[in-house]
Design a protein around this ligand. Structure first.
Ligand SMILES: Nc1nc2c(ncn2[C@@H]2O[C@H](COP(=O)(O)OP(=O)(O)OP(=O)(O)O)[C@@H](O)[C@H]2O)c(=O)[nH]1
Length: 316
């Protein structure tokens, strides 16, 4: 299955005035559509400008033209409306150009995980193709997926904050950060702790964009969560459009040995079928927690260094 998620349209459907550090600015609401569904990002003019500079660097003959920068009066409604129309035309030209629309810069621009203040260069940190022998901090975005209550938050919190979050509170969505060092390279990991998924939920497109690797988790004390992890993986592969995405299978709550419903061999067999690493972990006792993230980063890097057809650490 080798399909790329192509953006079919990008439409500016509104504007909003926001404030940061006492400064007001306009943000443009961009509605995007692809075969995996619609999603929205908010972007300010400066981010369009940054995108355009990168696109032109890559392809100086790209025909899209941005409206000129303006020093004052750029909050006036008539000016914002005019700029919006210009930006709309720019996006239309961009989507119509397969090279520009398929570029990592545009992928980062439409990444729903980025805010309207984030710099494009930060989002592209990992996609620069830098050699793994040089010392630098690379950004890796990881999403943790799995059925409700399997311990996605507990594992993430144990890894990033070093304690066990005992009381159960269903997650809506959270992002955590931690630096991992591996072979002299520092990886700035952003971990997206997602809401528990089941077979009826539509897979959020934002879980398919801008993520380098996935932790697919079940609980060894829940047969249902083990059955569900394959369904979630199918939805993920379908949304991302390729099987070549770094992921690991995790059976959490390994400390609850007397309540076990899924044998270690079953987890291992499934991971072998998928061709990915398998780890049993306990967030409660901090067993194998770092191992999960290390294995995922390793898998990511192995793909990047490997030959064609290998799992690649890419921004989808
Ligand atoms: N014994 C044990 N309990 C765990 C472990 N990991 C998580 N738990 C408990 O399981 C419950 C659910 O954990 P969460 O981390 O909130 O699960 P989640 O997957 O984030 O849940 P949702 O946000 O609903 O999807 C909590 O009461 C945790 O304390 C573990 O390794 N061992």
């Amino acid at each position: 299955m080798e399909r790329s998620t192509r953006v079919q349209s990008a439409t500016i459907t509104g504007t909003e005035v926001r404030e940061e550090g006492g400064k007001k600015f306009t943000v443009y609401k961009v509605e995007l559509r692809s075969e995996i569904g619609p999603w929205v990002v908010w972007r300010r003019y400066r981010q369009f400008h940054e995108l355009d500079a990168k696109i032109k660097e890559r392809n100086p003959s790209f025909p899209g033209r941005l409206p000129q920068k303006k020093m004052g009066g750029n909050m006036k409604p008539e000016f914002v409306e005019e700029r919006k129309n210009f930006l709309q035309q720019y996006l239309k030209d961009l989507v119509a150009d397969p090279n520009a629309a398929g570029s990592p810069e545009f992928r980062a621009f439409i990444d729903a995980n980025r805010s309207c203040s984030g710099k494009l260069s930060d989002a592209l940190g990992s996609g620069s193709g830098a050699s793994s022998s040089t010392k630098q901090k690379l950004q890796r975005k990881i999403a943790v997926l799995g059925f409700m209550g399997v311990g996605k938050s507990a594992v993430t919190i144990q890894f990033t904050e070093g304690h066990f979050a005992e009381p159960y509170s269903p997650t809506i969505e959270n992002t955590f950060q931690k630096v991992i060092r591996h072979k002299g390279i520092e990886y700035q990991t952003d971990i997206l702790d997602t809401a528990g998924q089941d077979e009826y939920q539509i897979f959020h497109t934002r879980y398919a964009m801008g993520i380098h690797g996935y932790i697919l988790m079940y609980s060894i004390v829940s047969r249902r969560s083990f059955d569900m992890v394959s369904t979630i993986r199918d939805k993920l592969l379908n949304a991302v459009g390729t099987e070549n995405i770094p992921h690991v299978l995790v059976g959490n709550k390994s400390d609850l040995v007397h309540e076990r419903e899924v044998a270690t061999e079953e987890g291992q067999r499934l991971a072998d079928e998928w061709g990915v690493p398998f780890i049993e972990s306990s967030a409660k006792f901090n067993t194998n927690i770092e191992e999960i993230f290390r294995k995922l980063i390793l898998q990511c890097e192995a793909g990047q260094e490997g030959s064609d057809g290998e799992k690649k650490c890419l921004i989808m």
